[in-house]
Write a protein that binds this ligand. Structure first.
Ligand SMILES: [Zn+2]
Ligand SMILES: [Zn+2]
Ligand SMILES: [Zn+2]
Ligand SMILES: [Zn+2]
Ligand SMILES: [Zn+2]
Ligand SMILES: [Zn+2]
Length: 237
């Protein structure tokens, strides 16, 4: 059956702040998930060290020339320009970013690399989604194999690993009533009679001659027909 995907990736919003000391202190104390952009005030000595180290784009991880902004995230610091996506190297600026282990990703590169993709259309599933046979689907991509209607939240049955809505499954695979030729779905506890390899809805199981119901009664087969014992006797006379 369909379930709800629990492992959704979360988009993080970057907040850039230039308010300095107090705000940074608070964010650190609360271990907030925000990156803070600030500028060192003249005379302030914070022991800055760009997290890119030898890869620092300014060439000097310890240097913070006057007027250069720095980005802080959790316990680490970067030059504003050095705070960039580890894949595409584009500075995050005011875009969203997603931290993973020690790396910083832009939303797009993160999606390309880690996001859940729909098994049908191969596009990223950003919210909702269902799992079927342990594979993720968009709700709108998880459809009946036959009529293509969405099955998310619907009752469905699978056959040969493929999902079908209840209606199509009935139409395609269920036993058919010998009298009316409509499917006997069994869904909702449909009552039916089986005899040898023929099946009838309860309501369709009646004597071919006098039309009385034969449910729970003895009956005689007369080639294609089923008839009640009384009519059978009449026929023999
Ligand atoms: Zn740097
Ligand atoms: Zn990127
Ligand atoms: Zn899809
Ligand atoms: Zn269907
Ligand atoms: Zn019938
Ligand atoms: Zn009869």
């Amino acid at each position: 059956m369909a379930g709800v995907l629990s492992d959704q990736f979360k988009r993080m919003n970057l907040q850039t702040k230039t308010v300095g000391g107090d705000r940074i202190k608070k964010a650190k104390e609360r271990n907030e998930d925000v990156a803070i952009l600030s500028m060192e005030l003249p005379g302030e000595k914070t022991g800055f060290k760009c997290s890119l180290g030898a890869d620092c784009l300014l060439g000097d991880p310890a240097g913070l020339p006057l007027g250069t902004k720095k980005m802080e995230y959790k316990t680490r610091q970067w030059h504003e320009k050095c705070f960039c996506c580890c894949v595409c190297k584009v500075p995050i600026g005011t875009q969203s970013f997603i931290p993973r282990e020690q790396e910083i990703y832009c939303a797009k590169c993160y999606e390309d690399k880690y996001a859940t993709r729909c098994i049908k259309c191969n596009k990223v599933i950003t919210s909702g989604g269902v799992t079927y046979k342990n594979e993720p689907w968009h709700r709108e991509c998880f459809t009946c194999t036959h009529c293509q209607k969405s099955l998310a939240g619907e009752r469905f049955t699978s056959r040969d690993e493929k999902p079908y809505c209840a209606d199509c499954f009935g139409e395609l695979f269920a036993k058919r009533c010998f009298a009316c030729n409509r499917p006997i779905t069994g869904i909702g506890g449909t009552k039916f009679i089986s005899f040898e390899d023929r099946h009838w809805h309860n309501d369709c199981f009646f004597c071919a001659t006098c039309r009385t119901s034969l449910v729970g009664r003895g009956f005689i087969t007369d080639q294609e027909d089923i008839i009640c014992p009384e009519c059978a006797k009449q026929k023999l006379i």
